[in-house]
Design a binder for this molecule. Sequence first.
Ligand SMILES: C[S@@+](CC[C@H](N)C(=O)[O-])C[C@H]1O[C@@H](n2cnc3c(N)ncnc32)[C@H](O)[C@@H]1O
Length: 260
Amino acid sequence: MENELKQKIVKEYSRRISGKSGCCDSGITSSESPIFTASCCSGDDSCCSGSLDYGIEGLGEESGKQSFGCGNPVGLSSIVSGDIVVDLGSGAGLDSLMAANSAGESGKVVGIDLSDEMISKARENAEKLQLGNRVMFLKGDIENIPLEDNFATLVISNCVLALSPNKQKVFDEVYRILKPGGRFVISDIMSEQNIPKELVENTDLYVSCVTGAAQVDQYYSMIRKSGFSRVEEVERREYGTLSHSQEKIRMFSITVRGYK
Ligand SMILES: C[S@@+](CC[C@H](N)C(=O)[O-])C[C@H]1O[C@@H](n2cnc3c(N)ncnc32)[C@H](O)[C@@H]1O
């Protein structure tokens, strides 16, 4: 079941990056959807957090449309020259490329994604910016990161963990690959309350980062269980409303920072 879900996720994000659609084109955010109404996606191009933050000079105006994020982890990471950064679920690579600029010649960025199409778009973008070996993109599962222990000084991720059926494993991996004293800055979708089982089983909603969302207290428990002690929320944004029977469930994104 988990494998089927991951295959569906990969297929969907490969489709989204291969087409001309931006992050609003999830198929579930349109006004036709009786279940989920996105507070950010009203048909206006500036609606998505990604579009607001992610036009990258050198990639053209359209690059903002390659962003599928829900926060701005790079902007909140205080990246310094020499940082070794890992971007989990790097997509078209926009966060990785911005991180590479800040980490400078002595730094390094590794983006990890399960979708071949996302990896090749990210490599194409890196080539346009002539970043050489300061940035690389690897195919891999964030639940089993293909990097050695104590590799990174910073782990970032933008709207990806909500897609993982095993978030505890992801946080365990983040802890494993961070050097002592290293930090993570992760943006992710949260649900204000428990999402009913029948909605979680709706894979279209799951794939669009909606019904795989955790609740904030569960999220913090998983982070602490992995070994992180200092953890803080640094930003919160509205994401949308999930309707079920008479119930309305508020969805929002948070950016969380933690230290190993
Ligand atoms: C919502 S998009 C976000 C992409 C990027 N972080 C951004 O801000 O544009 C989610 C990305 O995570 C990738 N992904 C989903 N599950 C994954 C997993 N288990 N391991 C690696 N990548 C995964 C998808 O292929 C997709 O590129």
